[in-house]
Design a protein around this ligand. Structure first.
Ligand code: SAH
Length: 220
């Protein structure tokens, strides 16, 4: 395993140039070993600023997108975040260093189990995980001041909108799976919701239901 430290420092400087300037967010990224969240064959590429495959047809997000969304969540140690799409667990691990607690939901059991093992290894005890369908949210813990969805949906899931606290907001990539999506911020007001487009992106799709083990991932 090569020394990844120089690549990590280079990545942090690149993220800063790209607009991720929050010292807390940069420090959270610096302190989270992205290589642990990758399959062994991919570890030497851990600090490339790209999305990488993690199995089950899924990807770990590009570090820039993780930095961008973490910064846009405007977190502090009093806030709790609901994440949809645990995937490798990397985004949740970064968020755990920025807020009080992270609730994260994943539909693939194997991905969730691997993420849970890394959270234990890193001593990240403020992350609660659930195998489930993110379209349903986590009603027992609602309402949430912050929700982050790391898979693209054609439109905002109604139950997630319902689980937003008034004054709270959700970051979610919205758009068709075959084309450009936009990360939008949806803020809940006393009456209704405000939507702002933040950044064009490409995420894997948000798929309803729990994945059935043994079935191949649908070709995307
Ligand atoms: N945040 C992740 C990115 C994962 S990619 C990371 O840092 O690695 C998106 C993830 O969303 C995939 O793991 C996919 O299985 C999951 N996903 C898609 N639809 C979902 C749903 N309805 N509920 C929960 N997870 C879902």
């Amino acid at each position: 395993m090569p020394d990844l430290e120089p690549a990590k420092i280079k990545l942090i400087m690149e993220l800063r140039r790209q607009g991720v300037t929050s010292p807390a967010v940069l420090m959270a990224i610096e302190r989270t070993p992205r290589e642990l969240f990758l399959p062994e064959t991919m570890r030497d590429r851990a600090y490339e600023n790209t999305a990488l495959p993690i199995g089950q047809g899924q990807t770990i997000s590009q570090p820039y997108i993780v930095g961008f969304m973490s910064q846009e969540l405007k977190l502090n140690k009093r806030l709790v975040v609901l994440e949809i799409g645990t995937g490798s667990g990397y985004q949740a691990a970064v968020l755990a260093r920025l807020c009080r607690r992270v609730y994260t939901i994943e539909r693939h059991r194997s991905l969730l189990q691997s993420a849970e093992a890394i959270f234990r290894e890193l001593g990240l005890h403020t992350i609660s995980t659930r195998l489930g369908d993110g379209y349903k949210g986590w009603p027992e813990q609602a309402p949430f001041q912050r929700i982050i969805v790391t898979a693209a949906a054609p439109e905002p899931p109604p139950l997630l909108l319902e689980q937003l606290a008034i004054g709270g907001f959700m970051l979610i990539p919205i758009g068709p799976t075959w084309d450009t999506q936009n990360i939008v911020r949806i803020t809940r007001r006393e009456s209704g919701y405000d939507t702002q487009e933040l950044l064009p992106v490409r995420f894997v799709p948000m798929v309803p239901g729990i994945a059935v083990a043994g079935l191949p991932a649908r070709p995307e």
